[in-house]
Ligand binder design. Structure first.
Ligand code: SF4
Ligand code: SF4
Length: 237
């Protein structure tokens, strides 16, 4: 046991409160933050409490999350654990179900939203995210992978979008690697905020919800999406 863990065990009350506040303030975006996951993984090792039954559907969903720390964060968000006691209980329930074992044999592989090339917006390109104007392949008037004969505008987009600064120096060096039909070249603003599946009030994707609901044995798609994000299932409103 590290000196750090020994120290936090001596501070348990304060730390349970800290963990409560942390879990209560978590957003979906925080799931990928390495500092948060490391902190949580250290904190969950110190709790003791009385296990309670977790709903079987939740247990099944949690097993699909391979990373133990992300799994814990999702569990805390799902059951609304917002105080020290409920967090203690949650950690013990998860322990009881085997949810802290990364090599659990019952993990079910399901399709996540990366299959749709879902991309959260990059801060630098926030309002123009997913358009040619913020794509590395854009030269200003053409696209390096569509070739010199295909006219491309800054407000266009395609399924092969690569976030980054355009490269005007590549004008004249384009290569006809894909056709507009293959790339899905499209003239319009393709962010979630303009998609017919986007549910503005809850910031959720109706398509992902439907797939999770109707084909639950195949899909595990994170339903909360960013209004400035994009994916290749975009349909204009
Ligand atoms: S057409 Fe596609 S790859 Fe080319 S600049 Fe636009 S988004 Fe990028
Ligand atoms: S709202 Fe549209 S663009 Fe956004 S994730 Fe859903 S299908 Fe994709």
């Amino acid at each position: 046991m590290t000196p750090y863990i020994m120290w936090i065990m001596s501070q348990q009350d304060e730390l349970t409160e800290l963990l409560s506040q942390l879990a209560g303030s978590l957003r979906d975006e925080d799931l990928g933050d390495p500092e948060i996951t490391v902190l949580l993984s250290q904190l969950v090792t110190i709790f003791e409490g009385r296990p309670e039954e977790l709903p079987p559907e939740l247990v099944e969903k949690l097993f699909q999350i391979k990373d133990m720390k992300k799994r814990f964060i999702q569990a805390a968000m799902a059951v609304g654990a917002g105080d020290a006691n409920s967090l203690k209980s949650l950690t013990d329930s998860m322990e009881k179900e085997g949810l802290f074992k990364s090599d659990n044999k019952t993990i079910i592989q399901k399709v996540d939203r990366s299959a749709f090339i879902y991309m959260n917006p990059r801060e630098k390109y926030y309002d123009n995210f997913a358009q040619c104007k913020t794509c590395m392949m854009f030269t200003g008037k053409t696209c390096t992978i569509h070739g010199p004969d295909v006219s491309v505008s800054k407000g266009d987009s395609c399924a092969l979008y690569v976030p980054g600064d355009p490269m005007p120096k590549e004008k004249g060096h384009e290569m006809k690697s894909v056709t507009p039909e293959e790339s899905g070249l499209y003239s319009g603003q393709v962010r979630c905020e303009n998609c017919k599946y986007y549910k503005k009030g809850k910031q959720e994707c109706g398509l992902y919800q439907t797939l999770n609901e109707k084909v639950s044995e195949k899909f595990n798609l994170q339903e909360r999406v960013h209004p400035k994000a994009c994916c290749n299932a975009f349909i204009e409103k």
